[in-house]
Design a protein around this ligand. Structure first.
Ligand SMILES: C[S@@+](CC[C@H](N)C(=O)[O-])C[C@H]1O[C@@H](n2cnc3c(N)ncnc32)[C@H](O)[C@@H]1O
Length: 199
């Protein structure tokens, strides 16, 4: 990853979209490389993993995913903002980046013969998305993951104890039957908990 990947341009791009659509974008700055490393840490990419990234934004996690997956794997990124889709497509030509809502995850994955998915890495701001949208996305996630597949997301430390974050974890616990593996990442603005559920 070159310094430009977390550079001024990405900050301004994300901030600009945040000012227009704060609940959908959910962050004023791209995630740090420390958070990106923690998001993929310990994932078994094997020989030809199928990985989906939800809400890549300016690509804070995408480079780490691409490096982990290697040349024989496949990465599908699902992003709702066209300007971010263009950015991802330009920077990582090997990533198939589709401009769509993650609510359509199941059909997006099926159409591309990516079933079952090994890992889903999410940057979606679940705490600020409408509840019905979150539930539909989580339904899709549970349906496309292979047994043993993982879903990794993060929650900011300051919001971790607030009702939307607690409700999200409760919902996930009910769906996956267990609490997540947790890892605290301090070098991020703001610090965040990485949460991972295994199906
Ligand atoms: C908090 S930003 C995260 C960006 C990047 N992953 C990072 O950590 O810096 C959330 C991203 O999710 C995207 N997003 C929000 N709702 C979405 C949806 N329903 N489907 C796909 N992408 C969505 C936003 O456009 C934004 O790029």
């Amino acid at each position: 990853v070159t310094p430009a990947h977390s550079g001024l341009r990405e900050h301004l791009l994300l901030l600009g979209r945040f000012l227009r659509r704060p609940r959908r974008v959910g962050a004023v700055a791209p995630s740090s490389q420390a958070l990106a490393r923690a998001m993929v840490h310990g994932l078994d990419f094997g020989e030809a993993a199928r990985v989906v990234e939800l809400g890549p934004g300016t690509g804070a996690f995408t480079g780490a995913i691409v490096r982990g997956v290697g040349p024989r794997g496949r990465v599908l990124a699902v992003e709702i903002e066209p300007v971010f889709v263009r950015q991802i497509a330009q920077r990582w030509p090997s990533v198939e980046c589709v401009c769509a809502s993650a609510e359509a995850l199941e059909s997006l994955v099926a159409e591309r013969e990516l079933l079952p998915v090994d890992h889903i890495v999410s940057g979606l701001p679940f705490a600020s998305l409408p509840g019905a949208m979150t539930r539909q996305i989580l339904d899709g996630i549970a349906r496309v993951l292979r047994p043993g597949g993982t879903f990794t997301t993060f929650q900011y430390v300051h919001a971790y104890v607030l009702p939307p974050a607690i409700a999200f974890r409760r919902d996930m616990h009910a769906r996956f039957g267990a609490p997540p593996m947790r890892r605290l990442v301090i070098p991020n603005i703001p610090p965040a908990w990485v949460l991972r559920w295994t199906r």
